[in-house]
Design a protein around this ligand. Structure first.
Ligand SMILES: [Zn+2]
Length: 419
């Protein structure tokens, strides 16, 4: 946090409000005494800041059971107000999931719509998400969602959320965020699924407190998200981390991206299922069947799993050598492969040169399980509010005045005061 005398009082206060709100959002209910210690501010400053956040409707304060060690007086407990919520959406190859997530990170309610695999019209997906949002929020919500965050299985341009390439959905240069924003009457933030996965695991999952993290999640494609030195790695336009399209076998099969022998053609779900003799549309359930068949000693399933596990290790070696992560977090099918054939993955990993010592590399399964991308999408939506609570809440309340008219955001009524 910046608190130098070089910035104005107003800016300083906004920065401190952001720090306090972010702390309770990430760490949960906290006493003023703990905030005083953690943020290095004095007691009266913290009291002023938490009071301001309470007036903005973002936190509640109650006297806690414990007492302040120095003053002997009861310390107030500051809680994130879960009624302040965002709409988090995950677009996936065979389903759409939408949830309301409260400040503090709890999933309040969720809906899932399955859809057949294959190319989809952008407008149809926008309509489905719009319907799911209406269903979740209801005709007269107590508190209108603050923002919307969407996880997309593809490359997303950082500046405007344009979906550059999402082969699972059959999209190229799809203005999904713009269209959904028009449909909902709210701003929509969009991110690549693996980028949001690593964000969530770093903030609330298995990689909390670890500053160099690689998140690798396989399904039909293979995605990579990276935290480097504590910061998300995005690249110039937001397209960094397309690890699934690194070429690992120039004599291999053609990939959906047009190249030959990309890593995802070796370790993706399709490859595992096809090589085992299964139909390729079965999803994670079929992957589990192949693993079970391999465990029973069925040779085709066993060979397919063996090859997938070894190539998974080969790819992880590239990841380790390029990014030197302290932890690799695995999601989706890649996590299943790791759980089923750890020794083969390690064999592939250690077959070539690993620059950093292996004992400095932790490999873990995603701590948030299937929810990594959903939690990450919620964090993406909350980010502007956490960065500047005063400006953002002022804008939000202005929108509520507009929402009183039938054409307001999502056609929703304004937040009830004090609710
Ligand atoms: Zn490719």
């Amino acid at each position: 946090m910046v608190r130098s005398s070089g910035i104005g009082q107003e800016e300083l206060r906004r920065s401190n409000l952001s720090a306090v709100l972010t702390h309770v959002h990430v760490n949960g209910p906290t006493t003023r005494a703990v905030l005083t210690t953690q943020l290095g501010l004095n007691r009266s400053t913290i009291g002023g800041l938490t009071g301001h956040l309470e007036r903005l409707g973002l936190v509640t304060e109650e006297p806690s059971e414990g007492t302040n060690r120095r003053s002997g007086r009861p310390s107030h407990e500051v809680r994130p107000r879960a009624a302040v919520n965002v709409l988090a959406v995950v677009l996936d190859v065979d389903r759409i999931e939408a949830a309301l997530v409260g400040l503090g990170g709890r999933v309040l309610d969720r809906r899932v719509r399955e859809h057949p695999r294959g190319a989809k019209r952008v407008g149809d997906v926008v309509d489905t998400v719009g319907q799911m949002a209406q269903e979740l929020v209801g005709p007269s919500p107590v508190v209108r969602p603050w923002g919307v965050g969407v996880s997309v299985p593809g490359a997303v341009r950082r500046s405007d959320g344009l979906v550059r390439f999402a082969p699972n959905l059959g999209w190229r240069d799809a203005p999904f965020a713009t269209l959904l924003s028009e449909r909902l009457g709210m701003s929509v933030a969009t991110g690549n699924d693996a980028d949001l996965g690593v964000l969530a695991e770093h903030l609330r999952g298995v990689a909390v407190g670890i500053d160099d993290v690689a998140y690798i999640s396989g399904g039909v494609g293979v995605g990579g998200g990276f935290v480097v030195g504590g910061q998300p790695m995005r690249g110039f336009e937001g397209y960094a981390g397309e690890i699934g399209h690194l070429v690992v076998d120039t004599k291999g099969e053609r990939c959906r991206c047009g190249s030959i022998g990309c890593w995802e053609t070796k370790v993706g779900e399709q490859r595992l299922l096809a090589a085992a003799g299964w139909s390729t549309g079965g999803g994670p359930a079929a992957v589990d069947e192949v693993i079970a068949a391999a465990d029973r000693g069925e040779s085709r399933a066993s060979e397919s799993l063996q090859s997938t596990a070894t190539w998974t290790g080969v790819g992880l070696r590239m990841v380790a050598n390029v990014f030197n992560p302290e932890m690799v977090v695995l999601g989706g099918v890649t996590a299943r492969i790791w759980e089923a054939r750890q020794s083969l993955v390690l064999e592939g990993l250690l077959r070539g040169t690993l620059i950093a010592p292996m004992n400095h590399l932790q490999i873990e399964v995603a701590g948030l399980g299937h929810d990594s991308c959903l939690v990450g999408a919620a964090e993406l939506a909350f980010a502007p509010l956490l960065a500047d609570p005063v400006t953002m809440m002022t804008a939000y309340r202005k929108d509520d005045d507009l929402a009183s008219s039938p054409a307001g955001p999502m056609g929703l009524s304004p937040a009830a005061p004090g609710s």
